[in-house]
Write a protein that binds this ligand. Structure first.
Ligand code: P6P
Length: 333
């Protein structure tokens, strides 16, 4: 099969669907180029003096890894001069990052988790970059956090890069999900999987089992039934995976099905789960739904949630739609 580049794919998508105007194409290509740079930094490891912690904390109160900060800087610097953005927001920054006045502003807003899966950085396990694109509200003046408070259904594009044995970029602009592999010799993103589809059924679940005693009853019931296997009500055995890197777990699910869960639990009832809505759950939910899967917070579609805070957290159940329906049904039962 003749392979095409990310650029050719975007140009053809624009011709087909007229939904990727030049500014959005530029944005996607700039983000993709930034992910190449991040992949290069990540790949150096100890040789690049980029491992370990940075002795600082982010807004989440998490100790920042050096590569968290490096990746954040790479995305900020790559995107601020192009004229395609009005503002950015990042897991690593407390407040939004307006485009400096020395540069023209555009009509898009970019949100990202620059390097997700930080606990895996120093042990050479796959990590990734997650990004989400919103349109700036009509007539917006100086961007504020309130301008970012849009439901996930308003995203115009979303994607992630996964830095694993291969470096891959998964992208949706609302017309299916496509995957590009980084050709390191040429330095280009090459289309390697078109229109990815998540199987509706699965026998593989992903959750951090060490939290089991803290789960609410619907999650406990659902997982115990999976664990009971062919001796229980499901009548079949299930397998388990947990990489503790959302990008890697989601990429596996996109390729072979599965259900990924990070529920709220009883440890801190004020904290509805660990994952953040705006730059983790929303982009992943957009991608998963575009691939025929489902994504809920246990009660409603993640993409329907009206956000109130930039860094708000949300419970996440996503992947093979038949399994997401079962665990969501237990919450509603
Ligand atoms: P735990 C990584 O820190 C992350 O945000 C997600 O990528 C991952 O799915 C989850 O947290 C892992 O959390 O509690 O299992 O370490």
């Amino acid at each position: 099969m003749k392979r095409i580049s990310l650029t050719q794919y975007l140009v053809e998508e624009q011709r087909l669907h007229n939904t990727i105007p030049a500014e959005l194409r530029l944005l996607i290509e700039v983000v993709a180029r930034a992910c190449k740079t991040i992949s290069h930094s990540v790949g150096k490891g100890a040789l690049g003096e980029v491992l370990g912690t940075a002795e600082t904390e982010n807004v989440q109160g998490e100790v920042q890894k050096k590569l968290d900060i490096i990746s954040n800087e790479i995305l900020l610097e790559a995107n601020e001069w192009g004229g395609h953005l009005a503002a950015m927001a990042s897991e690593e920054m407390e407040s939004i990052h307006p485009i400096p006045n020395r540069y023209p502003k555009g009509e898009y807003m970019l949100l990202f988790d620059p390097l997700d899966g930080s606990s895996n950085i120093d042990v050479n396990v796959s990590i990734g970059t997650i990004f989400s694109v919103l349109k700036a509200p009509e007539g917006m003046g100086e961007p504020t956090e309130a301008d970012f408070m849009q439901a996930g259904s308003k995203q115009v594009a979303a994607g992630y890069a996964v830095y694993g044995p291969q470096t891959m970029l998964v992208l949706t602009t609302g017309h299916g999900v496509n995957c590009f592999t980084l050709d390191r010799e040429m330095g280009s993103w090459v289309l390697t999987q078109r229109d990815m589809q998540i199987p509706a059924k699965t026998k593989e679940f992903a959750i951090n089992m060490s939290n089991m005693r803290h789960w609410h009853p619907p999650v406990k019931r659902y997982v115990e039934e999976l664990l009971a296997g062919d001796t229980g009500p499901r009548g079949t055995n299930f397998n388990m995976r947990w990489i503790a890197s959302m990008v890697a777990d989601v990429h596996r699910i996109l390729n072979r099905g599965g259900i990924f869960m990070y529920p709220a639990d009883l440890r801190d009832t004020s904290m509805p789960g660990k994952l953040r809505l705006m730059y983790e759950a929303n982009p992943m939910a957009f991608i998963v739904e575009q691939a025929g899967g489902a994504a809920t917070d246990g009660k409603q579609r993640i993409l329907d949630i009206e956000p109130h805070k930039l860094h708000q957290r949300v419970p996440v159940f996503l992947g093979s739609r038949d399994e997401v329906a079962v665990v969501t049904g237990y919450h509603q039962g």
